[in-house]
Design a binder for this molecule. Structure first.
Ligand code: FEO
Length: 164
C-alpha cells in the first residue's frame, strides 16, 4: 500500500512524463514541417517512450493500491528556434526530469518504502541513458557546426540505434 505522500509524488510524475511526451511530440511535428524527417522520427520515437514512462507510473500506482489520476497537460510550444536550441531544450528537460526522479527516490527512502525504491531504480538508470544520448547528439551537432544539417538529419536514427 502506498503512503499518501508517495502516491501524490508518483501522480505528479504522471503529469511530468505526459508533458514530456507532448513536448517531444510538438518538437517532432515542428521538425517534420521544417523538412527534418530524420530528426522528426527521432523525436516521435522519444514521444512514444515518454508515453510508455507515463503508463508505467499509472500501472504501478494502481497495482500498489493507489489511484493514478489522468491529468490535463499544459500545451507545449508549437515553434522552436532551430535544431541546436531544440536539443539543448531536450537536455534541460531531461535534467529536470532526472531531478524529479531523484526527489521520488529521496522521499521513498524517508518513508521506508523499499518496494517503490526498488521499482523506481529503472527510471534512475533510464535517466542516465536519456541524458547521455541527448548529450551525444549535442556533441555531434557541435562538431558539425551549422553546416551539414542535411547529413545530420539523415544520420540521427543510426546514432540512436548504434547507441553511440
Ligand atoms: Fe521519461 Fe525522458 O524522461
Amino acid at each position: 500500500m502506498l503512503a499518501k505522500k508517495v502516491e501524490k509524488i508518483l501522480n505528479e510524475q504522471i503529469v511530468k512524463e505526459g508533458y514530456s511526451s507532448n513536448l517531444y511530440l510538438a518538437m517532432a511535428s515542428w521538425a517534420d514541417t521544417e523538412g527534418y524527417a530524420g530528426i522528426a522520427k527521432w523525436l516521435f520515437a522519444q514521444a512514444e517512450e515518454e508515453l510508455m514512462h507515463m503508463m508505467k507510473f499509472v500501472h504501478f500506482i494502481n497495482e500498489r493500491g493507489g489511484h493514478a489520476i489522468v491529468p490535463a497537460f499544459e500545451q507545449p510550444p508549437a515553434k522552436f528556434e532551430g535544431i541546436k536550441k531544440l536539443f539543448n531544450q531536450v537536455l534541460e528537460h531531461e535534467q529536470y526530469i532526472s531531478g524529479s526522479i531523484n526527489d521520488i527516490v529521496a522521499l521513498v527512502i524517508k518513508e521506508n518504502d523499499y518496494a517503490t525504491h526498488n521499482w523506481i531504480q529503472w527510471f534512475v538508470t533510464e535517466q542516465i541513458e536519456e541524458e547521455s544520448s541527448v548529450q551525444n547528439i549535442i556533441d555531434k551537432l557541435n562538431l558539425l557546426g551549422d553546416k551539414n544539417m542535411y547529413m545530420f538529419d539523415r544520420d540521427i536514427m543510426s546514432i540512436r540505434e548504434s547507441g553511440e
